[in-house]
Design a protein around this ligand. Structure first.
Ligand code: ASP
Length: 338
């Protein structure tokens, strides 16, 4: 007879709108993958959230591009999509990639095409609010202003090409981006553990606002922004995705769990690795769950929280992330190989 495990679901700060549904599904005995998908779908559909799904902020061309991934920690199967522009729930497309294809990652127009084939309806992702924020960005940030109009897309692309070509020629592109574009961003991370002890992790985002068109972050990259292995646990990231990609952070955290580290140690260890990058690499947080359903989160910035709900306390509770001060000289004892 299978011994039933404690069910747990944890998520990043704006996951609270979906977690009650997630914990309900787990308590009813549903699979972790169902609870994670349903929780994230609610967050993706929340129009007040400008970092995920409909309502997400646009790229430099004024188009919303969504990234998402799911990993099933028991089969080690993963599915992901990057640059989705026509479908509102990339997490569900990622799940279909996991379940129906031999692949892990589909990108751009072909990710949308796959969603069409599956039968997911198309929808507009750019809300009036996100459009207004984008237009404001254009006015303030030295790209010529123009009224947003789909029919003028070609014109917009020509302008984009012209402005950026000029910046490249003047060796200005990087500093322009640093100064004007790197503004708002965020992601939803959800990790669930079901009654059988299966762990599933899901991540969904509209990525960095005003990103270069075609830029994929860490969220759809297995090992970078998302990793799950039910034998040890799972980890997911929020923040400047390039950091998690360059350091393979989610995989590192799960590797630390496999060596017997606690969730706190694994999370701190992953964040400490950012020390190896240039000082202004950016901010990042990691959410870690171990195979028993213990959860911790760490970040290289202060005042960040996550949510957790479990069988004993199904009302989501907010918890503080551990702040890791990367300027601190003394070793706090859980460094990664150096
Ligand atoms: N990690 C996301 C990305 O880089 C953004 C974020 O979490 O803030 O696309």
């Amino acid at each position: 007879m299978i011994k039933l495990k404690r069910v747990v679901i944890a998520g990043t700060i704006r996951s609270d709108v979906g977690l009650p549904k997630g914990i309900e599904l787990l308590l009813q005995g549903n699979k972790a993958i169902d609870a994670v998908e349903e929780t994230i779908k609610i967050v993706e559909d929340n129009l007040d959230d400008w970092t995920v799904g409909t309502g997400g902020l646009a790229n430099l061309l004024g188009e919303v591009e969504l990234d998402a991934s799911m990993m099933d920690g028991t089969t080690l199967k993963a599915g992901a999509v990057a640059g989705v522009r026509k479908h509102k729930n990339p997490i569900s497309i990622a799940r279909k990639v996991l379940e129906l294809t031999p692949h892990v990652l589909l990108v751009g127009e072909f990710a949308d095409l796959f969603a069409d084939v599956i039968g997911f309806p198309q929808s507009e992702l750019l809300t009036e609010n996100a459009k207004a924020i984008y237009n404001d960005f254009l006015k303030k940030k030295k790209i010529e202003t123009y009224p947003y109009d789909n029919e003028k897309t070609m014109k917009l692309k020509e302008r984009y090409f012209k402005s950026f070509k000029k910046m490249v020629e003047n060796n200005d592109l990087m500093s322009w981006y640093e100064k004007y574009a790197k503004e708002k961003h965020g992601t939803v991370n959800v990790i669930g553990r079901d009654i059988r002890g299966n762990i599933c992790s899901g991540v969904s985002t509209s990525g960095l606002s005003f990103k270069f068109p075609g830029r994929a972050g860490d969220s759809p990259l297995i090992g970078a922004g998302n990793y799950a292995d039910s034998r040890y646990g799972a980890a997911t990231c929020v923040g400047v995705g390039e950091i998690a990609i360059r350091l393979s952070l989610a995989r590192i955290a799960v590797y630390e769990l496999s060596k017997g580290k606690s969730v706190e140690e694994a999370a701190i260890c992953a964040i400490k690795m950012i020390k190896d990058l240039e000082p202004k690499a950016g901010t990042l947080s990691i959410l870690v769950m171990d195979k028993e359903g213990n959860v911790a989160s760490a970040a290289n910035f202060r005042d960040y929280q996550f949510w957790i709900a479990d069988s004993l306390d199904p009302i989501p509770r907010k918890k503080e992330c551990i702040f890791v001060d990367l300027k601190e000289k003394e070793d706090i004892g859980v460094g990664y190989h150096r």
